[in-house]
Ligand binder design. Structure first.
Ligand code: AMP
Length: 146
């Protein structure tokens, strides 16, 4: 079998686990009993959001059906809010499995990026302004809550 260069064991100290534990700050867009959505701090386009399950899953292989369904439904809410706030139809849904694919945080997450595949910025390259992220998070949250 080919040796895979990737993490397969869930690390309780990964950055998204720390967010779920309330140990590090983030710009929340939406939360329910099974999922959390927040702003990506190094967005590949304005309005880049991440959706995570409240389950210890490294990648898609670990995701339990009820959390898979919950992540998808939260992603749908976020995508619809992005369409409204950014007045555009095009939103990329992306998800990386394993370091070979470019995954850098080993807690399963869906990227929702209001962009085009032809215009997408670099992956986790440039940190966004904190105030801008807070402002966008608030706008998206307001639309979801409406
Ligand atoms: P991936 O490479 O698919 O695992 O994506 C990880 C994403 O997490 C990247 O887009 C990063 O910009 C983002 N990221 C890393 N640290 C944080 C953080 N503290 N808050 C929000 N997003 C983060």
């Amino acid at each position: 079998m080919t040796e895979l260069n990737q993490q397969t064991t869930y690390d309780d100290n990964n950055i998204f686990a720390k967010m779920l534990d309330g140990d590090i700050p983030y710009h929340k867009v939406y939360e329910d009993d099974k999922t959390l959505a927040f702003m990506d701090i190094m967005p590949q386009a304005e309005g880049h959001v991440l959706v995570i399950p409240k389950q210890k899953a490294v990648d898609l292989a670990d995701l339990e059906p009820e959390y898979a369904a919950a992540v998808l439904m939260t992603s749908k809410k976020v995508m619809q809010a992005q369409r409204q706030v950014f007045e555009r139809e095009g939103v990329i849904q992306m998800q990386l499995n394993g370091s070979q694919a470019g995954q850098t945080v080993f807690h399963y997450h869906v990227h929702l990026i209001p962009s085009s595949i032809h215009e997408l910025g670099g992956h986790a390259v440039t940190q966004a302004d904190n105030n801008d992220l807070a402002d966008i998070a608030q706008k998206l949250a307001a639309v979801i809550d409406a």
